[in-house]
Each structure stands twice: as C-alpha cells, then as structure tokens.
Design a binder for this molecule. Structure first.
Ligand code: ADP
Ligand code: MG
Length: 510
C-alpha cells in the first residue's frame, strides 16, 4: 500500500515545484521556424512599398515580390519613371512654342514599350527613334481635303502638316545628297525652302552625271576604259605579263601596248609582247561590219551578238587569221593569249623599239626590191594557202624587221568567197602596186597583173580600164555568191583552220 502511495505521489522537491518542460525539438526546426516568421513579417510590411510598383506588374509578378532581385528592379523602375517625368518637364520647358524642337528622348531610362501606359496622358511626347511623325503626321488628307471639325479643321495646306511632309520627302533625294539629320527632328520645311532644295538636288545630279560621262568617254578615247584596264591588270596579276609598258600605237580601231611577258600555264610567254586592245567605242566599227557579217565563219554568231561582243569577235577573228598565217609560214606575230577584246601577240621589234612600218623603213633600192618580192610571195600564200584576203593591206600594215617583211593587222581579213572578197583583194593590190612603183621598184607588177598573179584568176586585163576590170570582179563575186546559195551554207565547214570554200575559178558556172 505504502509502496503504491510512494509511486502515485510526486515527491516534493525541497527546491520547490518544477515547471513542466517544453516539448523537445531540434535546432534545425527552430531555425526554419524563425526564417518563416521573418519572411512572413517582410511580406506583411511590403504592401506599403510596392503599392506603386505593383501596378506595373501582372498579378503573378506581384505575388512574386519575395525575391530581392524583383524588388530591386521594381524600385529601379519607379526611380526611372520619376526621372523620365522630370525629363519631360524639362523638355517641355526648353522647347516652349518653338517651331524647331529638341528631344531628350535618348536620355530616357524606361524603354518606350514598358512605358506604353504613361504615353497616353503625355501627348506631347514624341518618340523620335522610330518614326518621327507617327504620332501627329496626317499621312494623307482625306478626299474632302481636310480633317477635324469646326474650329479644329486641318486642311492639307496646314503649315505644320506641310512642313513635316516636306521634311519627310527629303528622304527621296538622291543618296549622295546629304540631308543632314533633319529627318530625326521634328523639322518643318516651308514649301519655298523645300522646292529650292529639290531644285538644287536635281541640278547637282545632272551636273555630276555630265562629269562622269565625260570622264568615261575621255579615258576610252585616250587609252582604255576602266573595264579594259581591269582585264589588263588581271593579266599582270595572273603572271601572264610581267608589266605593261607604254602605248605603241593608238589607231582608230585598236590601242597597242608594249608589255613584258611572264608565263602562262607554266609555258614562258615571249619576253616582249604587245597587247592589242580592240576599242570598245563602237562608232569606228560601224563601217567595218561588212568585213565580219558576211564572213561565213562568223555570220551566224554575228547576228545574235550585242555590239560589245562583236568587238570580241574582231579579236577572235584576228587570232584565227594569224593562226592560218603561221601555218603557211608567213612572218607574222604569234598569238599568246586572247582575253575578251584583248589580244596578246609576240612583239615584232627589239628592246622596246617596234619594227618600222614599211612606209617608214629607210630601205635601199635592193632591200626595197627584196621587200617587194617578199610581199608578192606573202600575198600569194595568204590567198592560196590561208584562203584569206588581207583586206587592209598597205605599207602601214607591213613591218620591216631583220630583213624580212612581217604582216600584221588581220582582224578584218576575209576569205576570198566573201561577197566583197575580190574587191578587197583588188584594193590591196592597188595599194601594194602603187607603193612599190612610187618607191622605184621597176619590177613591180601593175595592179591588174598583181591581182591575177595573187589570185590565180585570169580576169581579162583588156584596155586596162579599171571600171571594166572591177565589173569583171563583181561579176565573179556574184557568180560565186549564187554558187554558195545553191550549194547551201552547210557545204562550207565552219571555222576549220584550213578547209574553207573551194578556191574561186573565173569560169565557175555551177
Ligand atoms: P590597227 O588596227 O589599229 O591599225 P595594228 O595591228 O595595225 O592595229 O597595230 C597598230 C600599230 O601597232 C602597228 O602599225 C604597229 O606599229 C604596232 N604593232 C602592232 N602589232 C605589233 C607587234 N606585234 N609588234 C610590234 N608592233 C606592233
Ligand atoms: Mg593597222
């Protein structure tokens, strides 16, 4: 019993009664609880601060004010807004009623799109960064000719509207006209000012076009046009040429330069070469069309080409003709390269000094006689072996070099079956016969004999009447032409090196 009493009765402490101990908990629990309380307190204190800031945010964002970063951003934004408001006030004060206004736009802190709700009550604010006139500019006046009602009517003649439109129109001026940064301001140009600016702009454009034209033209006249210069430069760059020296000749159809050869596809180019640049100014070529458009080798291509490409055909034609001459061992320049309208040829001459033309060569009578026979033989070979008529043969296109005559300038050379081939040959013969007769070569044949000797034709010389002789020649050409027509184009292989139409015979009848 006693025992029971002992166990049930709480022993009395001599120090007094002890308060019941608090339920035990870990340190971590204590800490987290404190943190939660602290956060809660912060939360409760927040509304006073975020009252203005929270308007800007969506409900979700507003709920997220627990983040320090967000809080800081919101405060910053509030600060920026106040700064911008101040800026607006200052701008307004600064501009007053002035027609030309300045903008502090670039100093704004808040980006315009964030600020969209505030722009409604601040109508005088213009965002000059995008479209300076977006806010106020009436792009088009309605058909009735005005906008607004009653006192607020604005017509298309409104000074402000007009001025702004004029300023915007400056954008259409030519790119080289500097319009300043007027487009970035709210600048209003009166009609008078705008018109005189426009006038000035047009006349400037016309003037500069004139200058430009003149420059292009003159370079083409004096030497070569910019395109050609570029081509020449490329040749030097590619190592085909070492360098391009002076100009040897400026003729009507071509400009000839002296150059030092480099190497082409690992083949050495002759030490000294000439660049024959066919002129791209087309006027002079007009009267030479007959040399190429009736040449059956080029006829088909000729009709399809534009004038610039026709010039290239000349260079190509010279190249083909020189190749034929080389084959027949006629002394002539060798073709090194053809690039568009530039033909690179071996140089006839030495140490930069071109061989003289036969006209300028100071030959004694023996040499002159020798030259005559060489020319005669050369003409025969050209006609009979190369199947070509030079068509511009004279003492100007024959060079005298190392005791030999050299034939140059064969871009216009045609085959004897060309509709005017025999007439060209006759002209060549006359030039040659006249020159050597004048230079005292007594052996020189008459023009008629020379013609027959070269061509192997037997045109009756008759009373040595040129008109009669020419009539015979023309008849021959006509007969040949009919012959060609009947046999069709295809009977003459196109552009074969040595196969051309059959040689002409005086008595060809079918
Ligand atoms: P154009 O059609 O302008 O008359 P040419 O071929 O006759 O052109 O060349 C003009 C001049 O340039 C010639 O009279 C000659 O003095 C010089 N020339 C042309 N080709 C050569 C060359 N291969 N070597 C040296 N001089 C040349
Ligand atoms: Mg010439």
């Amino acid at each position: 019993m006693d025992q029971t009493g002992i166990t049930t009765e709480t022993p009395k402490s001599p120090w007094g009664s002890v308060a019941p101990a608090a339920p035990s908990c870990s340190l971590a629990e204590v800490m987290s609880e404190q943190l939660a309380r602290q956060l809660d307190e912060e939360n409760n204190s927040f509304p006073a601060l975020s009252e203005t800031g929270s308007e800007l945010l969506t409900a979700d964002e507003a709920a997220d004010t627990t983040s320090d970063l967000m809080l800081a951003q919101m405060l910053q934004m509030q600060f920026d807004r106040e700064f911008d408001d101040q800026l607006r006030r200052e701008e307004k004060k600064f501009n007053g009623d002035s027609k030309v206004s300045i903008s502090f736009e670039n100093y704004r802190k808040v980006h315009p799109y964030e600020d969209s709700d505030s722009s409604e009550d601040e109508v005088d604010w213009q965002d000059t960064r995008d479209d300076p006139y977006r806010a106020e500019k009436p792009q088009t006046t309605p058909r009735k000719g005005f906008t607004g009602k009653g006192k607020n009517i604005t017509t298309k003649h409104d000074e402000v509207t007009c001025g702004r439109k004029n300023t915007a129109r400056m954008d259409n001026f030519a790119p080289e006209v500097h319009v300043g940064d007027g487009l970035g301001m709210d600048l209003k140009l009166s009609n008078q000012v705008f018109n005189s600016l426009k006038q000035h702009c047009y006349s400037e454009q016309r003037r500069s076009a004139r200058l430009h034209e003149k420059k292009e033209h003159s370079t083409a006249e004096q030497a070569v046009d910019p395109r050609t210069r570029l081509l020449m430069y490329k040749m030097v760059n590619a190592g085909v040429l070492e360098n391009i020296n002076g100009c040897i000749s400026t003729g009507k159809e071509s400009v000839v330069f002296h150059a030092n050869g480099g190497s082409l596809e690992e083949q050495p180019v002759p030490d000294e070469v000439v660049l024959k640049v066919f002129k791209t100014t087309l006027n002079e070529f007009k009267n030479r069309d007959r040399y190429i458009k009736d040449d059956y080798r080029f006829k088909d291509r000729f009709s399809k080409l534009n004038p610039r490409k026709i010039i290239r055909l000349w260079a190509e034609k010279e190249m083909h003709n020189l190749a034929r001459m080389k084959k027949a061992e006629i002394p002539c320049p060798e073709v090194v390269l053809l690039k568009k309208h530039i033909l690179v040829l071996s140089f006839i001459g030495k140490d930069h000094v071109p061989a003289p033309k036969l006209k300028d060569a100071m030959l004694g009578s023996e040499d002159m006689k020798d030259a005559y026979y060489q020319v005669l033989q050369m003409m025969q070979k050209l006609y009979q072996e190369c199947n070509l008529v030079h068509a511009d043969l004279s003492e100007y296109n024959i060079l005298w070099h190392e005791g030999k005559v050299w034939l140059i300038d064969v871009s216009q050379s045609v085959e004897p079956t060309h509709p005017h081939g025999l007439e060209f040959l006759f002209r060549d013969c006359r030039n040659v016969a006249t020159f050597f007769q004048k230079r005292g070569v007594s052996e020189a044949l008459s023009v008629y004999e020379l013609f027959n000797t070269v061509s192997g034709l037997n045109v009756p010389v008759g009373a040595e009447d040129e008109a009669e002789f020419m009539a015979e020649i023309v008849a021959l050409e006509k007969r040949n032409e009919d012959h060609v027509q009947r046999r069709g184009k295809k009977t003459f292989p196109v552009a074969t090196e040595d196969g051309g139409p059959p040689p002409l015979k005086p008595d060809t009848d079918d």
